[in-house]
Design a protein around this ligand. Structure first.
Ligand code: AMP
Length: 609
């Protein structure tokens, strides 16, 4: 009897205790294994990602676990993905094409194998954050109607708690055993042409500020297009070693730091959760006078992170022993670290500058993206194409336009200023092969987020982010960064819903005011918000954290306060942009795992509005 028919199944609507489900999946595993060994030739779908996997030098390292130095080659990866795929497709006799497969896995080789095996099964990979409370995970499981839940041993307990929460659709549950180092190597692997259109892909849940999180469905074709675009722009190579510090239920940690390096044949070194000392030690390791003999000590060539990570690294640097400092500076200098990227939130110029000074001239490359579109706009590889405050140009295959937030007209090239010479602000709208397909089971939100175009070349995704566009002399010549990095550059002004503050008929970009605040020596952190005002409609308010040694640098040695702030910024900000209120917080401004501030919650907490 074919293996799929004998798999124990917990089909839709089957009510079983989580314990039973677990046991069922364990016995299913054994049978899957025997099925795999009976087959002489195994196959992966003939898709760009798997073609690339098969073509990479199989002895090159694909994944390294930083703390233990356990490492896995591309040969291991191909073999383990195959096995995991066989086991996964065995969980359902009807196949998993287009089904959501949720998984809970630590930042590790097992995560990569699970992700790729789901894609290889033509299913939709749904990474769950192990840090989320059960209630949040239950919402995601119910909303996505996931058919299978895979957990690594580490999260088996959490997964069982989730199963006990009374999910609407009881999933098949599978505990993934830890993969042994080098236990498997690919033998004969063939690529199988798809007989029908792929229904696989990835689904990520947006952070959702006011509404419940939405499931963003990124079809396999968009995932591949996003990775191909980044590969062209940032030129990942098999020689790259990427230090992975990010959570894995976000687009940044998955597409930029797993899917694209895998497509390129680079090595990914996992080091999570983020810890400043550990990162500095790791960056320094290859350059110490006597480098450690054991452990991960090849140089890191590629770092992609969020501004808060760079900020925390910069703050902790002075506390390192001087030998580590010297070696770490070598580690991040341009001749060793090929590329350091910042994104997911605006990069403050002081962080960019301090990183450049520390690293003997390495300039952070800023890019803009979001869950729905992957990366959309990026600065270029040439240092001259990494312009302060700008996120650069639309990436290869991404079509971008700005739609005037006042007039709703498309801002045509050359029309970036109005009749008074002021820069026009427009919503960034995007289209092309990298754009997501839909918000899962939410046709209303999907319809509202796309706008038609008469040109017949497809609908535009309305990002909700506002930008200006400007030609920057000496940048965008497309010489070394690539043809795509040409013309006027984009400057993000913030999210339309929270960052564009309308005060007395003027519009203020919260991001611009934050940038100015952060350039003051007193201010460590800043969030600018709009508060309701009878007189102005909205008024600009700032929430700041002061540097500990700068608290008493106000006039006459008093606490630094709103008056000092206004005095310091009076020549740099037009009066309508000047914060009318300023609240100083102790400690830090609360941020999510990606360093983003939820301004709606912050306003409630700080101003009680
Ligand atoms: P997420 O979907 O969680 O990755 O969040 C995407 C949002 O982060 C975008 O819509 C922007 O508002 C913001 N964002 C991403 N990159 C940048 C950047 N470089 N500068 C400013 N905002 C950014």
């Amino acid at each position: 009897m074919p293996a799929r028919a004998v798999m124990p199944l917990l089909s839709r609507g089957t009510v079983a205790s989580s314990r039973q489900t677990l046991l069922a999946s364990r016995s299913c595993k054994d049978r899957t294994r025997s099925w795999v060994t009976r087959r002489s030739l195994s196959s992966l779908p003939n898709l760009p990602l798997f073609r690339a996997l098969q073509n990479h030098d199989q002895s090159n390292l694909a994944v390294v676990h930083s703390s233990s130095a356990r490492s896995f080659t591309y040969g291991n990866l191909v073999a383990d993905v195959l096995q995991a795929k066989e086991r996964l497709v065995g969980t359902d006799q009807h196949g998993l094409s287009g089904e959501r497969v949720a998984f809970l896995a630590e930042n590790s080789y097992d995560y990569v194998v699970t992700l790729l095996s789901i894609l290889a099964s033509d299913a939709i990979a749904l990474p769950l954050s192990p840090a989320f409370p059960i209630g949040e995970l239950k919402y995601i499981m119910d909303n996505s109607q996931a058919k299978v839940l895979v957990a690594t041993e580490k999260y088996a307990g959490k997964a069982q708690d989730l199963l006990k929460a009374g999910l609407e659709r009881e999933p098949v549950f599978d505990v993934k055993e830890k993969i042994k180092v080098g236990a498997s190597n690919s033998g004969s692997v063939s690529l199988e042409d798809l007989t029908k259109t792929s229904r696989g892909g990835m689904m990520l849940y947006t952070s959702g500020t006011t509404n419940r999180p939405k499931g963003v469905l990124i079809p396999q074709s968009a995932l591949t297009a996003q990775a191909a675009s980044l590969l062209e722009a940032w030129r990942y190579t098999p020689e790259d070693r990427l230090l992975h510090l990010l959570p894995l239920h976000h687009i940044h940690g998955t597409v930029n730091a797993i899917v694209t390096p895998i497509l390129a044949g680079s090595s990914i070194e996992f080091m999570f959760p983020f810890n400043t000392d550990a990162v500095w030690k790791r960056l320094a390791a290859p350059f110490l006078p006597s480098p450690p003999t054991a452990g991960a000590n090849s140089k890191i060539t590629f770092l992609t992170a969020v501004p808060t990570i760079y900020n925390r690294l910069l703050s902790s640097f002075p506390t390192l022993p001087s030998e580590t400092q010297e070696a770490a500076r070598k580690g991040i200098s341009p001749e060793n670290m090929r590329l350091n990227i910042s994104g997911s939130a605006a990069l403050p110029t002081p962080i960019k500058q301090a990183w450049k000074d520390l690293s003997n001239g390495n300039v952070l490359l800023e890019r803009y993206g979001m869950t729905e579109v992957g990366m959309a706009i990026s600065c270029g590889l040439d240092f001259a194409d990494r312009v302060d405050g700008s996120v650069g140009w639309p990436l290869p295959s991404v079509e971008a336009r700005l739609v005037d937030t006042e007039t709703n007209e498309v801002i045509q090239p050359g029309e970036e200023r109005d009749a008074n010479g002021r820069e026009r602000e427009g919503e960034i709208q995007l289209r092309g092969p990298t754009i997501f397909q839909e918000y899962w089971a939410n046709a209303k939100a999907t319809n509202e987020s796309f706008g038609a175009d008469k040109d017949g070349k497809g609908d535009w995704f309305k990002t909700g982010d506002v930008a200006t566009r400007r030609v920057v002399p000496d940048a965008g010549k497309g010489t070394t960064s690539g043809e795509w990095a040409q013309g006027p550059m984009y400057f993000i002004q913030g999210r339309l819903s929270v960052d564009i503050i309308k005060t007395g008929g003027e519009k203020v970009s919260a991001l611009e005011v934050e940038r100015e605040l952060l350039s003051l020596p007193q201010i460590a952190e800043a969030a600018v918000v709009g508060l309701p005002s009878e007189q102005w409609g909205q008024k600009v308010a700032a929430i700041v954290v002061l540097k500990p040694d700068m608290v008493n640098t106000g006039r006459n040695g008093k606490a630094w306060g709103p008056l000092d702030m206004r005095r310091a910024l009076k020549d740099r900000l037009a009066s309508y942009k000047m914060p009318q209120e300023m609240k100083v917080l102790d400690g830090v401004i609360p941020r999510n795992a990606m360093g983003k501030v939820n301004k709606k919650t912050l306003v409630k907490e700080v101003f009680g509005i």
